[in-house]
Design a protein around this ligand. Structure first.
Ligand code: 5GP
Ligand code: 5GP
Length: 280
């Protein structure tokens, strides 16, 4: 039991050393929003969240760390089941565990590395419901999960945290900070209003790809990347909007590398269906 506990602590320390001591290993973020009408009328099918049909607006897909050369980190803190034999600390590293009785966090001092004093969340890298409880109603509205079966959204947020958020983790961006940053960016971009101001609306009509980009640039100051998908009638339709964000997660920037996504020169902006299409 004592041995298992010591192994567990070592695993936690290895995880956190790798994240906290080598953080922000990326150049910028893609902030990606999806149009529900285009998620739902394709092969995806969709199920509206258990918490109710979201308003017809762009929803957040994710805030993704990205490199200028097109590569990107992902799953930066996988829950590796290491063998006991694989656990080795660099020479000279001692660990001292303090504060073990605290229910909410364990503090671990790493001595002799000169690098870190780290605080460890008992939940490890899994998204903790309590960490984002004050954001839940905003996330349900602005980051709804449309996949089937219907869910509360928590699984989608967890997936995005584990795949992308863990690669952005730093002293400034923790789980709460990551989701809060995405919510603020959505509000700042206000894509639907930006498009409406230019007479572009979700009415099943076709619009010039160039005028869609221009409308978003006029409103936000920055040119977005647009990703299209194909509806059952083989029309190219606006599916996702990519905007670039600095590594603090707060300011839009011109994209250092435009996302490579395809669209026809005229694309449909589909209505959002009243009824969700159930998965087949
Ligand atoms: P898809 O193949 O549908 O374009 O992408 C699948 C998933 O891979 C995305 O939802 C996202 O998690 C990840 N992904 C795809 N392209 C990129 C990219 O350019 N940058 C980052 N950071 N992630 C991406
Ligand atoms: P990504 O493509 O970001 O790597 O993965 C998205 C994952 O989240 C997929 O497993 C997908 O099924 C799930 N998911 C749940 N809700 C949504 C949603 O509303 N949109 C998208 N794109 N994926 C969702």
């Amino acid at each position: 039991m004592r041995l298992n506990f010591s192994i567990f602590i070592k695993l936690l320390v290895i995880q956190y050393l790798s994240v906290l001591c080598v953080s922000e290993d990326f150049d910028f973020f893609y902030f990606v929003q999806q149009w529900p009408g285009s998620y739902c009328d394709t092969k995806h099918s969709c199920c509206y969240p258990r918490t109710g049909k979201p308003v017809a607006d762009f929803g957040i897909h994710g805030l993704w760390p990205q490199n200028k050369d097109g590569s990107y980190p992902q799953n930066c803190n996988p829950d590796n089941a290491l063998d006991e034999d694989q656990i080795n600390f660099p020479a000279g590293v001692e660990i001292k565990v303090v504060n073990l009785t605290d229910e909410s966090a364990w503090t671990i001092n790493v001595i002799n590395t000169g690098l870190c004093h780290i605080s460890i969340d008992r939940n490890g890298q899994e998204l903790g419901k309590d960490n984002i409880s004050d954001l839940t109603s905003s996330l349900q509205k602005d980051w709804p999960s449309l996949s089937c079966p219907s869910s509360t959204g928590f699984r989608f947020w967890s997936h995005e945290w584990e795949k992308h958020g863990t690669c952005a983790e730093s002293e400034e961006i923790d789980q709460h900070g990551y989701f809060e940053a995405a919510l603020k960016l959505k509000e700042k971009a206000n894509l639907l209003q930006a498009l409406r101001n230019a007479g572009i609306q979700p009415d099943d009509e076709f619009y010039d790809l160039g005028s869609i980009k221009e409308a978003i640039k006029d409103a936000t100051g920055f040119t977005p990347g647009i990703e299209c998908n194909i509806d059952p009638s083989k029309n190219s339709q606006i599916y996702q909007v990519f905007m670039c964000v600095d590594i603090s997660g707060s300011e839009f920037i011109e994209c250092p590398a435009a996302p490579k996504r395809r669209c026809a020169s005229k694309v449909q902006f589909p209505k959002v269906l009243d009824d969700c299409m159930l998965s087949s």
